[in-house]
Each structure stands twice: as C-alpha cells, then as structure tokens.
Ligand binder design. Structure first.
Ligand code: FAD
Length: 464
C-alpha cells in the first residue's frame, strides 16, 4: 500500500465511505481509516439494525391483524434472540457490501485510530503515517451520557446496548423522547414490554410539527406506552430489582419510577476529541461540532462531514456532505462541477404511525415572521388507507401564500417515510401546486393524498 494520497478519509460511516468512493470515482487516490467497523454507527448500531428490528416488531404486531382473519399464533413462543440475530445478519451483509464497494473503487482501507499531525499528515495508532493533500474528517458521534446516568449496558443501556439485547426485559424506562427514543418505545412495546417514555421538552420529537407530535403521543399511548413530557429525569439508580429513575415535572412534582432496565437516549455528541485538531489550529464549538464552509471545509484542504458538523445528524445528510466534499476536492484539481451545501433534508421516524418531514414547521415560520398558509389532508380521505385499515394520520403542507412555494411538509401515517420524497421532489424541483394536483396517481394508493393536498392549495379539492 502506498502512503501518499490525494485524499485521506477518517471514519468509515455513511459520510466517510461515500466520500471515499466518490473521491476515488473522480480520479483521486484515496485512503480510508476506520478504528472500528466499516459502515459506522448507521450500519452497525443505528439506522440499519434498528430498522430491521422495527420491521420485525411490525410483523409481530401484525399478528393482531392475522387474528382478525382467524389465524391464532402463540405469542409466548417469541424467541427474541432470533430477532437480534436476524438484525445482525442484515448488518453483516451490508457491511460486506461497503467493504466490496471500497475495494471496487480502489480505496485503501486502514484499520486503526487516526489523528491529524498537520493538515497534510495523518497518524494511525501512533505508528503509521500517511501523507495527503486533503483530509475528510467523518468521525461521527457518540451517545451523550450525563453524570448520574452512567451506562453499564446491563440494566442501564445506550442505544447500542438496546440493539444488542438477546432477551427483552419486562419493563423499560426510556429517557429521551427524540427519534431514537420513540423508535425504541415502538419496538419494545410491540414485543410486549412495559414502556415508559420520558421527555424533558413539552412534546415528543422536540422541534417536530406540534400536531404530528400530538397524534404520535396519542397513538403510542393507545399502544400502551406511558408518556411523560415536560418531565426531567435527575438520575438512574440501580437496585437489586432493576432501576429507579427520579423524575421532576415542570410543575415541580417529584416521582420515582421503577423498571427492570433503563435506556438513555438523550442525544449524541460529535467525536471531535483526540483528533489532533489543535495541530491545524481548529477548535470545535462548545457543543463539540466543527464549523464548515459551504463545501464542508474547516480550513483549506481539511473537510468535516456528517455528525461532527452542526447539520442534522442523519445518515443521508452525512453521505450528501461526503459527496460535496469529494466533488470540491476533485474540482480543485480536475475543474469538475462544484456543489453547494445541502439545504433541506427529509427526516424520518420509523414507528407506527411513521413520521416524516422537511423544512419549516408552523412554529419556526411564526418565530421567523414568515407568512404562510397550511393545508392538511387526512389519511381517512384516501380509499387505500381505508381499504387496508391505516386511516390514522395526515399530510400537512406549509406554503408561501404569494408564490405558493413549499416551505415545509409534515406527515404522520402509514408509509410516511416513503411518501415524504414526493413532497421533497416538489420542493427541490420547484414544482407548483397545480403541477402536482394535475399529476395522475394510481388508484387506490396512499400516494393519492399528495395531489389531494395540493388540490386544496389551489382551491380545487375533490375528496377534502
Ligand atoms: P458514523 O456513522 O458515526 O461513523 C463514524 C465512524 O468514524 C465510526 O465508524 C467510527 O468508528 C469512526 N471513527 C471515529 N473516530 C475515528 C478515528 N479517530 N479514527 C478512525 N476512525 C474513527 N440516521 C438516519 O438518517 N436514519 C435513521 O433511521 C437513523 N437511525 C438511527 C438509530 C440509532 C439507534 C442511532 C444511534 C442513530 C441513527 N441515525 C439515523 C443517525 C445516524 O446513524 C448518523 O447520523 C450517521 O451514522 C452519521 O454518519 P457519520 O458518517 O457522520 O458517522
């Protein structure tokens, strides 16, 4: 292996491996350094295993529907170790896919922990050194574990420990009602665990559309999840019989809750420590994130992408930023096209009903003083939703009353995480409401909701 490269990428998650592949495709010699497993958090302990287990949870839940057609199955036969094993098999398969992709694109992969000695020199495990013209930092993030919530992955778990369980507890207190907490609440409750979900903000999914958060809360409660919003946990204490979590509501009411295990999902902090940033004169901000320009540069020739930047901590955002950085590097030497930074990525939460959105919420538009109108179409109005019994939910669009530009879109309901992309295309391609309203959608489909909601924007509603 040579030790001089055009680009060295540190971190092999969805940001790093995509950046490495793209840079190689654009003609650069590329090395990628990964200290753990290729695929990063997303593939190994995030998006991929969680979505696989959510899929299995939904299958288990669908036994209710099977019973409605006369099929009876003994649920006590559930072997959760198999559920986990299935999720790990999917991870293995995709990880070998990433490895193959890097090989195919002739990216040299180094195993070890990398740090910057300068903007041109990387050191791996205090031993080997690589020289390079450009560096892409893609080191991702780790769980935030405040004092008093120490994780032992036995009875106080992080999301990694929760995805690694071979058997389910009888009860679980989930600390944090963001996307990860909500998805685990859905998983665990689907398999019959007694779940309590604690969130300090006044709603689940802080920052999400308020109506979406309300319906989500109501749906999870109907499924049997106990939800405490506007409630702070001050500590988790271990006892012989499990854990005790001390809570304080916004009204100052104290309460101690007991459960077999607790899951701490307060959020994630960027992995920017011990990277040698001081050797290039760069400091992270006080939350640990790195400030970047529109191409992801933190200083000439050094880029930061994914969870270590202040953009949304999402796998697809990391990958996009990886491409932008690679394109910028290659354009610097090959005169290729440059891309501007990502603007409005969709966000998806894979519980039931699913949640997906992009752009502004009503609250952010009001805060910014931006005039807007909204239209809402309920799933109940679509024939397909009724036919398959998935009537809970709505699509909400927020638009500029003058130009009819889409400012934000919010969906809660069946298949929301797929449906959001048609709305995102409207935004990205700058389509007008009449373009979508006039586009024939197959009947019966859930997608028919999209033209329906735009019909109401141009006052031509049929089913609304
Ligand atoms: P990471 O995926 O964190 O990868 C960083 C890599 O860098 C790691 O492999 C790490 O070992 C390596 N590394 C770190 N430091 C060094 C070093 N010094 N030297 C060498 N290697 C190093 N996002 C979604 O978009 N959709 C989802 O459904 C979703 N679900 C999630 C579920 C869970 C439970 C979790 C925890 C996260 C989820 N996320 C989801 C978030 C998503 O995983 C992250 O946004 C994404 O992984 C960030 O990608 P990244 O490339 O920035 O970093």
């Amino acid at each position: 292996m040579k030790i001089e490269y055009d680009v060295v990428v540190i971190g092999g998650g969805p940001g790093g491996y995509v950046a490495a592949v793209r840079a190689a495709q654009l003609g650069c010699s590329v090395a990628l350094v990964e200290k753990s497993e290729l695929g990063g958090v997303c593939l190994n302990w995030g998006c991929v295993p969680s979505k696989n287990i959510i899929h299995q949870a939904s299958l288990f839940r669908s036994l209710d529907e099977m019973e409605a057609i006369g099929v009876t199955i003994d649920r006590a036969q559930l072997d959760y170790a198999k559920v986990k094993a299935n999720s790990r098999a999917v991870v293995e398969q995709l990880r070998s896919g990433v490895s193959g992709l890097l090989k195919k694109n002739k990216v040299d992969v180094y195993s070890g922990s990398a740090r910057l000695l300068s903007a041109r020199t990387i050191q791996i495990d205090s031993a080997q050194e690589l020289q390079t013209n450009n560096i892409i930092l893609a080191t991702g993030s780790s769980p935030i574990i405040p004092l008093g919530f120490e994780v032992n992955e036995i009875d106080v778990l992080s999301s990694t420990g929760a995805l690694d369980l071979d058997a389910l507890p009888k009860s679980m207190i989930i600390l944090g009602g963001g996307a990860i907490g909500v998805e685990f609440a859905y998983i665990l409750r689907s398999f019959g665990v007694d779940v309590t979900l604690i969130e300090a903000a006044s709603q689940l999914l802080p920052g999400a559309d308020e109506d979406v958060a309300k319906l989500l809360s109501q749906s999870l409660q109907e499924q049997g999840v106990s939800i405490h919003v506007a409630t702070r946990a001050s500590a988790v204490i271990r006892s012989d019989s499990g854990v005790v979590v001390s809570l304080e509501s916004q009204a100052g009411v104290h309460e101690d809750l007991m459960a077999e295990k607790a899951l701490v999902v307060f959020g994630r902090r960027p992995n920017t420590k011990n990277l040698g940033l001081e050797n290039i004169g760069v400091s992270p901000d006080k939350t640990g994130h790195l400030a970047v320009d529109e191409y992801g540069q933190i200083c000439p020739g050094v880029y930061a992408i994914g969870d270590i930047t202040a953009s949304a901590a999402l796998a697809h955002v990391a990958s996009y930023e990886g491409e932008v950085a690679a394109e910028h590097i290659a354009a610097a030497s090959n005169e290729q096209n440059l891309k501007t930074a990502e603007a409005s990525a969709p966000l998806a939460v894979y519980c039931e009903p699913q949640v997906a959105s992009f752009g502004h919420s009503e609250a952010t538009l009001a805060d910014l003083g931006i005039p807007f109108e909204k239209r809402v179409f309920n799933y109940l109005g679509a024939g397909k939703s009724v036919a398959i019994g998935k009537t809970k939910g709505f699509v909400k669009v927020l638009f500029d009353p003058q130009t009819q530009e889409l400012l934000g879109a919010h969906i809660i309901g069946y298949n929301a995480t797929e449906l959001i992309h048609e709305l995102h295309l409207v935004k990205t391609a700058e389509l007008l409401p009449e373009d979508v309203a006039s586009m024939i959608h197959a009947h019966p489909t859930i997608s028919e909701i999209i033209p329906e909601v735009f019909r109401s924007v141009i006052d031509r509603p049929i089913h609304g």
